[in-house]
Design a protein around this ligand. Sequence first.
Ligand SMILES: O=C(O)COP(=O)(O)O
Ligand SMILES: [Mg+2]
Length: 226
Amino acid sequence: MTLPVPELVLIDLDGTLIDSVPDLSYAIDGMMLQLELPQRGEEKVRRWIGNGVERLVKRALLDQLEGEPEADLFQAAFHLFKVLYTECNGHHSVLYPQVREGLDWLKSQGYLLACITNKAEQFTIPLLKSLKVYDDFRLVISGDTLPQQKPNPMPLLHAASYFQVNPHHSLMIGDSINDVQAARAAGFQIICVTYGYNHGEDIRTAQPDAVIDSFAQFPQVIGSKL
Ligand SMILES: O=C(O)COP(=O)(O)O
Ligand SMILES: [Mg+2]
C-alpha cells in the first residue's frame, strides 16, 4: 500500500531512529542505586520510554506507568538522573538497522525532514549529533521546546506551520501510541515501526495508516516525490 505523497516528513527519535534503552536504563539504574532503591533493568525501562524523561523517572520510582511519586524524592531522583544521563547519553545507543539508508532515501527524494521527540532538548541534540543524524533534520522539536508534547498535536502542527505545509500533506513516522494520537489529532498520516517501544503493546492495535519493519520499506509505503 502507498500513502498519498507527503510534502513534510516528521520522525520520532526514541524507538524509531535510535535504540536508546541501554543508556537510559544505565542512568535509571544508577539513579536507583544512589537512592538505595531496587534496580529496574532494560525490559521495564523499554516499556516506560515515550512520554519524556520526567515521566520515565517517575515510572522508575513507582515501578509502574501511572501515578505521582512524592515530590522531594522525585526532585532528588531527577537531579541524579540528569547528571548520569548527561554523562552516558549516546555511549551505547545505536541507530536501528536501515535508518541511515532510509534518511538518505528521504533526502534524495526531496522531502522536508524534521525530528519530533518527547525527549528533553538537553539530551536530544547531543544524541542526534553523536549518532551523526542531527544535520539530516531541518527542524528538531524536543519534549520541552513547546508548552505541549506528543500525544498533543502541538509539536506536529508547529512543524507544519514552520514549513508552511498543510498538515493533511504531512506524515509522521513513529513507534508509539503517542505518535499515532498526535498525528491523528493534527490531521497527519502516520506510519509506525514494529521494532520500537510502545509500552510493551503491539503498535498495530493503535491502527496507524501503515506499519513497517524497517526504514528500508519507505519506497513501498511512502512513494517517490520526484
Ligand atoms: O520519552 C522520551 O523521552 C522520548 O520519546 P520519543 O523520542 O519516542 O518521543
Ligand atoms: Mg518513540
